[in-house]
Design a protein around this ligand. Structure first.
Ligand code: SF4
Length: 70
């Protein structure tokens, strides 16, 4: 699973960091999200990232399946 964040949408609410601090961090200057890991492979991390995507108030986070191999 691939984790991406749209910094144009992020309002720095920090829900993602509270939900999964192993994946998300916040910029010290403006509070916008920093994605520390671009992928999640284990079920527990994926579950927490899904929760963060759900909780984010600005829909700035996306969790996507990798595309088919070429
Ligand atoms: S929860 Fe959403 S709006 Fe808040 S810091 Fe994380 S990505 Fe940004």
């Amino acid at each position: 699973m691939r984790i991406t964040a749209d910094l144009e949408r992020c309002v720095g609410a920090g829900q993602c960091v509270l939900t999964e601090p192993a994946v998300f961090d916040q910029n010290d200057d403006d509070g916008t999200v920093i994605v520390r890991r671009a992928t999640a492979d284990d079920d527990e991390t994926i579950r927490r990232v899904r929760e963060a995507v759900h909780l984010c108030p600005s829909q700035a986070l996306t969790l996507t399946e990798p595309g088919p191999p070429r």
